[in-house]
Design a protein around this ligand. Structure first.
Ligand SMILES: CC(C)(COP(=O)(O)OP(=O)(O)OC[C@H]1O[C@@H](n2cnc3c(N)ncnc32)[C@H](O)[C@@H]1OP(=O)(O)O)[C@@H](O)C(=O)NCCC(=O)NCCS
Length: 150
């Protein structure tokens, strides 16, 4: 059974080290402490609280999620990162984590941004019910595609 535990720097570092392809695509190199800090603390200044959770299965950290409630408007849950360690992907774990996030966050609708070249994530989010809003936004040196689920 998947167990949710609070996110810590140590747990995030363990998971990020197990996801080299994602950070390679994002930065052109492996994860850094800035990624860990950003996952734990990065949020828009007007939002009071960011929710960060790690998923544990059979004693191993297998994934993470972070989200903001009521952002950018009341009732919307903004999903930051949903991640599954690379050696456990395509087993249905990401879909299970999102299913649990939907319950945990009590959102009426969900919104998120994905790097436009992150084809696996775009396929994943559309598979679990998201649709592109048609918006594109700059993020670091990339563009992100906005998606939502009502
Ligand atoms: C996106 C991510 C969370 C998906 O996790 P996962 O555990 O592999 O997803 P699932 O096994 O639940 O996949 C569910 C469905 O999504 C789609 N999907 C998932 N990964 C895919 C891929 N690499 N290519 C194409 N479709 C994919 C498939 O339809 C899949 O169903 P199927 O395996 O029966 O074909 C994972 O790839 C990940 O952690 N990526 C790195 C972080 C990231 O990019 N997060 C998203 C941005 S927030």
């Amino acid at each position: 059974m998947i167990e949710w535990v609070p996110a810590t720097g140590e747990r995030a570092a363990e998971l990020f080290a197990a996801c080299p392809d994602y950070f390679q695509r994002l930065h052109g190199h492996g994860y850094s402490q800035e990624d860990v800090r950003d996952f734990l603390e990065g949020k828009p200044p007007e939002v009071a609280e960011k929710h960060t959770w790690m998923a544990r299965l059979e004693g191993q950290i297998i994934g993470a999620v972070d989200f903001l409630r009521d952002y950018p408007e009341p009732g919307t849950v903004y999903v930051g990162l949903l991640m599954v360690r690379e050696d456990r992907q395509r087993e249905g774990l990401g879909a299970r984590l999102f299913e649990q996030l939907e319950i945990l966050s009590q959102g009426e609708r969900f919104r998120l941004a994905v790097l436009e070249h992150n084809a696996p994530a775009l396929a994943f989010w559309q598979r679990v019910g998201f649709v592109p809003t048609g918006e594109l936004k700059p993020y670091r040196q990339h563009q992100v595609v906005l998606l939502q689920k009502s």
